[in-house]
Design a protein around this ligand. Structure first.
Ligand SMILES: *Cc1c(COP(=O)(O)O)cnc(C)c1O
Length: 305
């Protein structure tokens, strides 16, 4: 497999269904690579350098059965010659879903952890059997969010920080947002869209991630908590219709878990007058399209409603 190519992450103007005076742009980080793309590439890149320089030959990480981070880490292992181990939340289901099948094909070894044990994992506090068997592994936290990830994600925006008034991204663990805010370094405004229900805790997590990277604090950012659609990986027929309409308008595919929710939110906020007239808004397409494959049935059902 070839290496990720950041020059493919072009910025394109997009149209949203609502009439508005603002100008909307999308940074196509999804185009960097077929498998190691979007924010997950930026989150991994300096971790890969660190792992290599510290002499590790194995990457070990965690995630749900449909995780974009698991998928990207498995790809990174294949491309940059690391062994990979994925600790997967929940039981094993055969046949493997498309995410885990791909990860396995890339050489990732999977261990399954029941949901209770999984919940008790805090970074650095792994179950004994994992520590014993994988003491020579470079450990990436869930979602890959650490200070190296923050550093990588500064590069999502630092070349364009003066060209736009608002920057937007979806939020899962907050590492990407922490990087974007650090990359902006007080310029302009960042608005993140939580894809989790009850995402208030993300304010703290993002502050901590920014501090771990630069020691700084910023106040040019906020989190919108209104467009989670019931919670992580929950969808509604409104959301599915919006993603279909967006694709028809722009010929750009969105994932339903992250970028679909963010753009639905931006579209709705535009209709409510949230952004000032004539503002220039840059949304980051963080990728995640591999996740759609595992949601096929669910999406078709919602389309038929
Ligand atoms: C993981 C992911 C996110 C969330 O990134 P965090 O750094 O965890 O907030 C957003 N979009 C996509 C497509 C992702 O895969």
């Amino acid at each position: 497999m070839r290496k990720p190519d950041e020059s493919k992450a072009v910025i394109q103007e997009i149209a949203l269904p609502h009439g508005y005076t603002q100008k909307m742009f999308l940074k196509r980080a999804d185009l960097i690579h077929p498998a190691l793309s979007g924010n997950k590439w930026f989150k991994l890149k300096y971790n890969l350098v660190e792992a290599e320089q510290s002499g590790y030959d194995t990457l070990l990480t965690f995630g749900g059965a449909y995780s974009n981070h698991i998928y990207a880490t498995a790809s990174a292992g294949k491309i940059y010659d690391f062994q990979t181990v994925g600790i997967i939340r929940g039981g094993e289901h055969q046949p493997l879903n498309p995410t885990l099948k791909f990860a396995q094909d890339m050489g990732m070894k999977h261990h399954y952890l029941d949901r209770n044990s999984y919940r008790q994992i805090h970074f650095g506090k792994l179950p004994d059997w994992i520590l014993k068997n994988h003491s020579h592994s470079y450990v990436l936290p869930e979602g890959g969010s650490n200070s190296f990830a923050v550093k990588g994600c500064t590069e999502l925006v630092n070349l364009h920080k003066n060209e736009f008034d608002h920057f937007c991204a979806p939020i899962g663990t907050g590492g990407t947002s922490a990087g974007i805010i650090s990359g902006l370094d007080c310029n302009k405004k960042f608005l993140g869209f939580s894809v989790l229900k009850n995402g208030e805790f993300l304010y703290d997590d993002i502050q901590k991630l920014i501090k771990s990277f630069s020691g700084k604090t910023y106040n040019n950012w906020s989190i919108n908590l209104d467009y989670h659609f019931g919670g992580y990986a929950k969808l509604t027929s409104d959301l599915v219709d919006f993603v279909d309409e967006f694709e028809a308008l722009n010929n750009v595919k969105l994932d339903y878990i992250y970028t679909g929710k963010m753009l639905f939110g931006i579209n709705d906020l535009l209709s409510k007058g949230f952004f000032e007239d004539n503002a220039k808004i840059l949304a980051i397409h963080t990728g995640g399209l591999q996740g759609n494959a595992g949601m096929d049935k669910y999406i078709r059902k919602l389309r038929d409603l």
